[in-house]
Design a protein around this ligand. Structure first.
Ligand code: NAD
Length: 354
């Protein structure tokens, strides 16, 4: 029997509620595919601050280092967001985790199932049979990690990229495109920013190794418009850290709900951390109404990208689609004529389909 160690880091807010449902689904997969998943739980973020006074305890880091993959919930909330930078959940745990494991690539699929077309703010004639594109975001460089300074009356943040950083993220995007519809759109701001000129230059260089993949370009401001106007025209976007942050949230919105969107952060060894694209949703935490689909689909991505369990991963995606087609909806994607269910109920329905 195959065995995998999974570091389970539910985090804060809705994290533990949606993680319970993802584990429920993984338990079904474990039986169906005769595979053992060992769950090793770690505290992180606000929960860890409250418990031992730091957002990323050594013990949690060790659990992650000894795992085959990390399944992460989400962290943060009003209680901790005003702590000094580095002592707070995001700067003190999420970004250090990404840096520690050199998760330089963030993969965020934006899928609008046909059955959820009404939950999207985009007109149904634009959505058609639905859309499915992937935002490949550079995650460890750029403006979020560049030199920064905040003074009384002035401030700056440096956006720097190097050739090697660009080449490795471009390769991830082209490899993904080879498995999809062979189309990469490079998103930058090369009409204004030097870092974008370099980004575009080395994306073009990498594209020469992928003659079957069509490459085109959009400036970030135009990209935010084109995604809304013609989402079905895109396959894989490759972009920098900050522009990817913006594009993936916009994609979340047009896909119906941020509660539907998984993401994967991967390093050069293929080790990955899988988490919902959204945050800890403090406004609905503890109410049992969060949409667990992003967490469940994050587990599906983990099976595909870290464990090579493509069939199992597809089973989960199909189960999600079937449950939606049968008309079940959590509050965030609810529409007239559908059956409203809570976090646990939709988790049960999805695992029953498997
Ligand atoms: P958010 O994604 O938590 O919430 C935005 C809106 O989307 C809220 O109305 C929320 O209820 C809704 N939403 C999010 N996920 C949902 C789900 N699964 N089901 C139903 N509705 C859902 O973003 P925010 O409010 O900007 O941030 C809240 C906290 O999360 C902050 O502390 C922020 O720092 C943190 N955060 C953490 C991560 C992470 O852990 N990766 C990412 C983003 C934000």
């Amino acid at each position: 029997m195959k065995e995998y160690n999974i570091a389970i880091l539910p985090g804060d807010g809705i994290g533990s509620e949606v993680m319970t449902e993802a584990k429920k689904v993984l338990d079904k997969i474990s039986i169906k595919y005769d595979t053992k998943f060992n769950y090793n739980h770690g505290i992180v973020g606000g929960a860890a601050i409250d418990s031992i006074g730091e957002p990323l305890p050594d013990k949690t880091l060790k659990i992650c280092e000894n795992a085959d993959a990390i399944l992460f919930g989400s962290i943060g909330g009003p209680k901790w967001d005003d702590l000094p930078k580095g002592k707070d959940p995001v700067w003190g745990a999420l970004l250090p985790l990404r840096k520690h494991f050199e998760f330089f690539a963030n993969l965020r699929p934006a899928i609008c199932f046909k059955s959820l077309a009404n939950a999207s703010p985009i007109k149904s004639e634009i959505i058609g049979d639905g859309f499915d594109f992937l935002v490949v975001r550079e995650l460890t460089g750029g403006i979020y990690f560049g030199e920064k300074k905040l003074e009384e009356t002035s401030a700056y943040d440096i956006m720097k990229y190097t050739k090697s950083e660009i080449i490795r993220i471009a390769k991830v995007a082209f490899e993904a495109a080879m498995k999809r519809n062979k189309h990469v759109t490079c998103v930058d701001k090369s009409n204004v920013l030097s870092s974008s000129v370099l980004f575009r230059k080395f994306v073009i260089e990498v594209s020469k190794d992928y003659p079957d993949v069509k490459l085109d370009f959009l400036y970030i401001d135009n990209a935010t418009m084109q995604i809304i106007k013609r989402p079905r025209d895109f396959d894989v976007f490759v972009t920098t850290n900050m522009f990817g942050d913006i594009l993936s949230d916009e994609s979340g919105m047009i896909a119906g709900s941020i509660g539907m969107l998984p993401s994967a952060s991967i390093n050069e060894k293929g080790f990955g951390m899988y988490e919902p694209s959204g945050g800890s949703a403090p406004d609905i935490a503890g109410m049992g109404i969060a949409n667990p689909i992003a967490q469940i689909l994050s587990a599906a991505m983990m099976l595909k990208y870290s464990f090579g369990m493509n069939d199992a991963s597809n089973d989960i995606e199909n189960a999600v689609q079937t449950v939606l087609e049968k008309g079940y909806r959590t509050g965030d994607i609810m529409e007239v004529g559908k059956t409203k269910v809570n976090t646990k109920e939709i988790g049960d329905l999805i695992s029953e389909e498997i």
